[in-house]
Design a protein. Structure first.
Length: 359
């Protein structure tokens, strides 16, 4: 258990902690963005990513559900393309979308429907599973030849094609080759680039900056700006192993685990800081540290350092006055030391301080 020192620190005000948090958050976000850009350029030059990306683009374009725009080197959905290419020409938009969706289901370029693509598409137009309008009425009805035929205007048909496009995109995942390429690209960003960018930025601002620049109280940039510090229950700055444990808990549980659990540990951490009287957040509770307001009090590395500095200060305050003001200059008020004067007499004389006086 930490040996306590008789020092008083105020609990860090929540307002200061909030400002310090957002200061650090903005700094980390900027650095994380830099890491993300650098990581993406490295990733996009790798062979496995390039191969997956080429496969994804080729299959998307072959599916008839996407249009590749060479000028922008970009894939866009047929619904996005139609709204721009045909602008206010609703009939042409509908004709284009019908042609593309029919090709996806009937031609079945990715071998998804095993010859039943037309039946799947027709089921979206008529029948129990048909896409319906807002008033729960259908967009299509079977004609005399038992073929689905639109019973609303072209403008009213556009919502149908937008929903049909979403269903078609869902079927793309049934293609093993497309799913593999898509998952590879998604994993590259969501598992490698984004988490590593955030983690690296977090390491810089929450570990390296306190360790290198602000070891007395292990303050981050935000904490230092708002004069906050970390202390143990012994009222001294934490030792490195304790600081390392606190940081590891924050990184693994409150950052990385929060990415996979929709921020549950992070919310628990913030909730504890607000609820507890001592203001301990989850990581501080686990590490046995406290965030305090250090604006009116120094932070010490150890009890020994505090006692040594205290003794030095007390000794300085009790030193005898050796001079007084004489007009605009200092003049010694101690009698001069005679040549060969015994040292013991000097020590006795120093024990009775002279009081300086203003003249």
């Amino acid at each position: 258990m930490d040996e306590k020192i008789e020092l008083e620190y105020y609990k860090a005000p929540m307002s200061k902690r909030t400002f310090a948090f957002f200061f650090d958050f903005i700094c980390m976000a900027i650095l994380a963005l830099g890491f993300f850009v650098a990581g993406r350029s490295i990733l996009e030059g790798s062979e496995f990513y390039t191969s997956a990306f080429d496969t994804y683009v080729t299959l998307s374009r072959d599916s008839h559900l996407y249009v590749y725009e060479e000028a922008d080197d970009n894939l866009v959905t047929i619904t996005e393309y139609a709204s721009v290419a045909f602008d206010e020409k609703k009939e042409e938009q509908v004709s284009f979308l019908e042609e593309r969706l029919s090709a996806f289901y009937v031609e079945d370029p990715l071998s998804i429907f095993d010859g039943h693509g037309q039946d799947v598409y027709n089921a979206q137009k008529v029948g129990e599973s048909a896409i319906l309008r807002e008033n729960k009425l259908p967009y299509f009805a079977l004609n005399s030849a038992s073929i689905p035929e639109a019973i609303v205007s072209s403008e009213e048909l556009l919502p149908f094609y937008q929903e049909a496009m979403l269903l078609a995109q869902g079927h793309l995942g049934d293609s093993d080759e497309y799913a593999t390429a898509s998952q590879t690209l998604s994993r590259a960003y969501n598992v490698y680039i984004i988490p590593s960018s955030i983690a690296l930025s977090f390491i810089v601002f929450e570990f390296l900056v306190p360790l290198i620049f602000f070891r007395r109280g292990y303050a981050t940039l935000g904490m230092k700006t708002f004069k906050l510090a970390l202390l143990t229950s012994g009222a001294v700055s934490p030792k490195f192993p304790r600081f390392l444990g606190r940081f590891a808990w924050m990184l693994i549980v409150e950052v990385l685990a929060s990415m996979m659990t929709f921020g549950v540990p992070l919310f628990l951490n913030v909730g504890m800081a607000f609820i507890r009287k001592d203001g301990q957040a989850l990581h501080d509770y686990m590490a046995g540290t406290y965030m305090v307001d250090a604006s009116d009090q120094s932070v010490y590395f150890s009890k020994e350092e505090y006692l040594k500095l205290k003794a030095k200060a007390e000794a300085t305050e009790s030193r005898p006055y050796l001079s007084s003001w004489k007009g605009d200059h200092l003049e010694d008020t101690m009698p001069p030391i005679a040549p060969n004067e015994d040292l013991s007499s000097i020590e006795e004389r120093n024990e009775s301080p002279y009081n300086g006086s203003h003249e």
